[in-house]
Ligand binder design. Structure first.
Ligand SMILES: [Cu+2]
Length: 93
């Protein structure tokens, strides 16, 4: 009987743990994008970061909107990655 309870508890944690992941959205301000090529490069860079679920970049406005798991990655890290590929990026919110 006690074994059943333990099995139940471990299954509970195995299946409940991923749902504890926090989905967050951040806006980044990206400088130096002038065309579709730039925005797709920035988008690709963001999507390659582990923890990022989706990213959409607007070169005209100089913004990027990123959905990510904030237990895996922080927006400052995302800004750093984009800055590394040549576009000065800061976290707007
Ligand atoms: Cu360009």
């Amino acid at each position: 009987m006690k074994k059943n309870v333990l099995t139940f508890l471990s299954l509970f944690f195995i299946f409940a743990a991923p749902s504890l992941a926090e989905e967050a959205t951040s806006q980044l301000t990206v400088k130096g994008m002038f065309c579709e090529g730039c925005s797709s490069k920035v988008e690709k860079t963001l999507k390659s970061v582990s923890g990022v679920n989706s990213a959409s970049v607007n070169y005209d406005k100089g913004t990027a909107s990123v959905q990510y798991d904030n237990s895996k990655v922080q927006p400052e890290k995302l800004a750093e990655k984009v800055t590394d590929v040549g576009f000065e990026t800061t976290v707007a919110r």
